[in-house]
Design a protein around this ligand. Structure first.
Ligand SMILES: [Zn+2]
Length: 490
């Protein structure tokens, strides 16, 4: 059997999180009544003139810098001409050329199993506008909703030949890219709503050959899982085609989520069909070098770099620190809590388990600098977790009581150490109190005690549990365990 090597190019479209559209002042939003966010500019009515959205341009520059791209100090908009009912102007404003897109020749690092990163070369990061949406009407026939037409869209394309060589890497690339876009605040990253769309192109070649095969492009992938499954499916499908002695046809294929298979949508247009030319309605853009350098210096530390730093600086493992950087507010919350005296590992454990669970259940968010009038922000602040971490580490409370304290802090905003003072929840480490409680439990439970003495060591957990109940969960569990064993083995 011939072994085939996959190559995957990635084309990602990200809707930018601006308030208004790319060339007009219509608002950007998801859903709503069709054709309620339109005007002569985004409908392409004769005589309407576009004005570029400065915020969108800046977002693309910041993204390009974060993706290690060269910046085109002079960059122009082109018209990409084609006819389709969702495109009111008959062309899409886009950016053409190798060194004209705002960003070009960059790279993105993806984590490699066992440590380190692999660089995925990026060919370009450019700015364009989104199209409308075709929809099937309940009464039959089709309609067009232009609410999305003219929404600023950033396209990020990997270099050819592609560095991505597996379905896993394709997914990892998208995970990292999405994480950076959300981190920078340029895209909300909602794949299910289409604000982040990924179209991988996939080809295979026999092992040993350096000639890249014919590629097919996949559409309708609206989750990381779909990207992974889609690439796996295409590699298998193309391998079967070549094994039968047939040829792979260059085409665009759709992904069917329910059957987990791809189907032919259309054979691919070639680039010349678009008759690109510089848009005469839009002035060329020019970026000052100083301004670009300022943007570069103001970039935040990016998620993967921060994750690696958390591992180095705090000794956290890759999984724990990966969870912390899954969201920028979350990561900043963690750092602030550590800065306020929390122990990194303790704070990390509580954030990723109990605190995350409380947030999930309530639909709230953790913010480092939450405002009081923000109803979606949790009342638990970094100071609360630092406080809990101190109470645990100095032995004031055990983790069971700490859990109750976190629950109360979550509901009321009360500081855990204050609650401990008010209610005397201090952990019992007093040796004589523990000795007495253990002795009582041994006396009251002759059956389990006999079992322990005849070799069933596991019973000790049951007996320790009894002591914990008797002390209302306040006894220091490791002292209880020690004392229980001492008295049983007497
Ligand atoms: Zn408009």
């Amino acid at each position: 059997m011939v072994r085939y090597l996959p190559s995957v190019g990635m084309e990602v479209h990200a809707e930018l999180k601006t308030r208004s559209k790319m060339f007009c002042r219509c608002p950007v939003a998801f859903g709503g009544e069709p054709n309620t966010r339109v005007c002569p500019v985004c409908l392409g009515l004769p005589g309407a003139l576009p004005v570029p959205n400065r915020a969108a341009v800046e977002m693309v520059v910041r993204t390009a810098l974060a993706l290690n791209c060269q910046i085109a100090y002079d960059s122009v908009f082109h018209r990409k001409n084609y006819f389709y009912p969702d495109l009111p102007k008959g062309y899409q404003v886009s950016q053409y050329g190798e060194t004209n897109p705002i960003g070009y020749q960059g790279w993105l690092g993806i984590p490699v199993k066992g440590g380190g990163t692999k660089r995925i070369a990026i060919r370009r990061v450019h700015l364009e506008e989104d199209t409308g949406k075709l929809m099937h009407l309940p009464s039959g026939g089709s309609g067009v909703d232009f609410n999305r037409a003219g929404v600023p869209l950033m396209e990020i394309v990997t270099e050819f030949p592609p560095d991505i060589e597996s379905a896993d890497e394709a997914r990892d690339y998208l995970v990292q890219l999405r994480s950076i876009l959300v981190w920078l605040g340029v895209c909300d990253g909602k794949m299910e709503e289409g604000s982040l769309r990924c179209e991988p192109n996939i080809s295979i070649r026999p092992e040993g050959s350096d000639r890249h095969g014919v590629k097919t492009e996949l559409k309708n992938l609206n989750s990381f899982r779909a990207v992974h499954q889609g690439v796996l499916f295409e590699v298998a499908r193309q391998s079967a085609v070549l094994d039968r002695g047939e040829r792979v046809v260059q085409e665009t294929r759709g992904w069917n989520e329910s059957t987990q298979t791809s189907f032919v949508m259309r054979t691919k247009e070639s680039e010349q069909d678009y008759r690109y030319f510089a848009c005469p309605d839009l002035a060329p853009m020019h970026f000052e070098k100083d301004w670009v350098e300022r943007q570069r210096s103001e970039l935040p530390e990016l998620p993967l770099a921060m994750q690696e730093r958390f591992q180095r600086q705090f000794g956290l493992n890759a999984e724990h620190s990966g969870l912390l950087v899954s969201d920028r507010d979350w990561a900043e919350f963690f750092e602030e809590s550590v800065r306020l005296g929390g122990d990194a590992q303790v704070v990390c454990n509580w954030m990723n388990a109990d605190f995350a669970k409380l947030l999930n259940e309530s639909g709230q968010r953790a913010r480092r600098d939450a405002q009081e009038d923000d109803s979606t922000a949790s009342l638990v602040t970094p100071a609360h977790l630092a406080d809990i971490s101190r109470l645990i580490l100095n032995g004031t409370v055990n983790s069971k009581v700490a859990k109750q304290l976190l629950g109360e802090a979550f509901a009321t905003g009360a500081m855990p150490s204050r609650l401990v003072e008010q209610r005397g929840l201090t952990q019992v480490s007093d040796a004589s109190l523990i000795q007495d409680a253990v002795a009582r439990v041994i006396e009251d439970n002759p059956g389990p005690v006999d079992q322990f003495r005849s070799g069933k060591e596991g019973v000790i957990g049951f007996l320790v549990g009894k002591v914990m109940r008797e002390t209302e969960g306040r006894a220091n569990p490791s002292l209880v365990q020690e004392e229980m064993r001492r008295q049983l083995e007497k």
